[in-house]
Design a protein around this ligand. Sequence first.
Ligand code: AMP
Length: 358
Amino acid sequence: MTALAPGSTIGILGGGQLGRMTALAAGNLGYRCHIYAPEEESPAALVSAAWTRAAWDDQAALSAFAAKVDVITYEFENVPVACAEFLAPLKPLRPGVEALRVAQHREREKRFFERIGVPTAPFAVAQDEAGFVAAVRKVGTPSIAKTTTEGYDGKGQARLDASSDLAAIWAKLGRREVIVEGFVDFAAEASVIVARALDGSTVCFPPPRNVHRQGILHTSTIPGGFSPNIVRQAEDVGRRAIEALNSVGLLCVELFVTRDGRVLANEMAPRPHNSGHWTQDACATSQFEQFVRAVCGLPLGPVTVRSPVVMTNLIGDEANQWPAILEEPNAKLHLYGKREARTGRKMGHVNRLGAAAT
Ligand code: AMP
């Protein structure tokens, strides 16, 4: 395995909190990070050695960025595929273009899971209003319509039942390609984060139990309280997916655990994931350090759980609770340095450690 020695520079596409926490973990191992992001404000750039602020299609800026870094990764799966394809011949790009291509389109994602034998909710895709009506008829209700691209945290989604006004929902979703998914009456939500090293070895973090509010992750709890059979199925989904993509890096698959003990894949992200933030304070290796290890060709770290933990997201104004959180003896606060606490915006999270937390 050819490792990139500490002191090397990791180029990160995307400037959000996942890049920020990756850069902090990289710093602990002696690496430098160079952020490439078009936005005016970048939580990641605030803690990194360098920042290129340029558009995703600015080839001169991308070439100059590639020349200054030793390896390239991304913290954001909506980096345009064309940008990743431009960079891939210039420097090692991990986890690679294919993972990005699959993760940024919900139909491709579902078909990928089908291909590797991982069950999902039933679905149908529509390009126009008549197709939408037909898709809802095929899948049935209750169901959920989601735009196939660019939706996240419950955005670009609508719940459907037998009395839904489909014309209004088609308009609300922007008259663009949508996927209609059968509503899964799940017993729980979980996620599996798997790391894959350059030599093909894999390590899975234990799956947390995740609770969403309004489509946004609210808490992730470890231990998740799942049976060994569910944990085995979850790990199997993660390993099969990352191996099929031939990725080096991290992959998170969000899962539904059904009442009859099956695990269905919902969606995936080839990067650190919000449901893995608990690892920062309660695991022998954090997901961010594991990501850096994988991307830099280092051996993967152990994932022993050191303490029960509940990770709670701080959304919008909730971040103003920081003084009270700092008073809690078993709470570890993480804030992302974002200036504006807009509604629904992830501003930080808190990991509450210890048995009392569960
Ligand atoms: P997503 O953007 O696909 O991750 O969806 C956000 C959240 O909406 C999920 O974590 C679930 O809580 C809920 N959700 C999405 N799709 C479904 C589904 N097919 N059945 C039941 N709940 C869903």
